[in-house]
Design a protein around this ligand. Structure first.
Ligand code: G3H
Ligand code: 13P
Ligand code: ZN
Length: 284
């Protein structure tokens, strides 16, 4: 199958009330784990590459491996740029054949975010590429901020309505209490804010920083309109914990395949669990 656009996947998810998992892809084993898990669950799936992933692996490698995964797969696969903060990087991803991009202008003023998101949309629309934007600041668990400082960065519902009216973007990443990376305690999501933003914008909402969010909270967020759920940290944890275990058990092992193979298996199981929570099993 050719790469599919994320807005197509999210349209079906919206009609049938589930979310599509967006998993961060950094190397071949991760890409294989994502597509294998999606096939086992007969689920659509989004592979996303961050700017860091592109710097690490190379744009042509990422695009090349994901294209092969999609071509050989029985389920729909999308390739999405995660947190594109650099307009030129977004352009390079268009040229390389990504089927979706996130333009992350969340650190800009509202009007600058709108202006650059619109420039991205002008390029995306004629070629059918999907565009996700971010409003509010999602941040990381390592940003040592107080609860009130965190809430000050949450997405303002009225700004979200205005932003969507001025851009017509396909999906919106919002800040409602999740953060990138490993949580110290249990994250508290502002569901009322999510509900209002969804009602005011009417478009698919994207939940970032979803590793470590309890399954029940993710399910509730999906009931309220989240249609794309981003997972990276849980992949890193499954990958590295398994590698460490194998190396500890077999300190003399020098065949990377015997270390990376079990790591890939562990990622497949974790991703399958997530897909079931998101409700997209059987939706391919
Ligand atoms: O949202 C951030 C993602 O987890 C990507 O992280 O920039 O280290 O690749 P990265
Ligand atoms: P986590 O690493 O917290 O799962 O967040 C992933 C993400 O939001 C990628 O954009
Ligand atoms: Zn993110």
């Amino acid at each position: 199958m050719a790469l599919v656009a994320v807005h197509e996947l999210l349209k079906k998810a919206d009609q049938e009330d589930y979310a599509v998992g967006a998993f961060n892809a950094n190397n071949m084993e991760i890409i294989q784990a994502i597509v294998m898990a999606a096939e086992m669950e007969n689920s659509p799936v989004i592979m996303q590459a961050s700017q860091g992933a592109i710097t690490y692996a190379g744009l042509d490698y990422i695009t090349g491996i994901v294209r092969i995964a999609a071509r050989n797969s029985k389920v729909p696969v999308a390739l999405h740029l995660d947190h594109g903060t650099d307009f030129d990087q977004v352009v390079r991803c268009f040229r390389s054949g990504f089927s979706s991009v996130m333009y992350d202008g969340s650190k800009l003023t509202l009007e600058d975010n709108i202006a650059i998101t619109n420039r991205v949309l002008e390029m995306a629309r004629p070629v059918g590429v999907s565009v996700e934007a971010e409003l509010g600041k999602i941040g990381g668990t390592e940003d040592h901020v107080t609860v009130s400082e965190k809430e000050a960065m949450f997405t303002d519902p009225e700004e979200a309505r205005y932003f969507v009216e001025k851009t017509g973007v396909d999906s919106l990443a919002i800040a409602i209490g999740t953060a990138h990376g490993q949580y110290q305690g249990e994250p508290k999501l502002d569901f009322d804010r999510l509900k209002i933003i969804r009602e005011l914008t009417g478009i698919p909402i994207v939940l970032h920083g979803s590793s470590g969010v309890p399954d029940e909270a993710v399910r509730h967020a999906i009931e309220l309109g989240v249609r794309k759920v981003n997972i990276d940290t849980n992949i890193r944890e499954a990958f590295v914990a398994t590698m460490r275990k194998v190396i500890a058990e077999k300190p003399d092992e020098i065949d990377p395949r015997k270390i990376l193979g079990p790591a890939r298996e562990a990622m497949i199981e974790m991703i399958r669990d997530k897909i079931r929570v998101f409700g997209s099993s059987g939706k391919a």
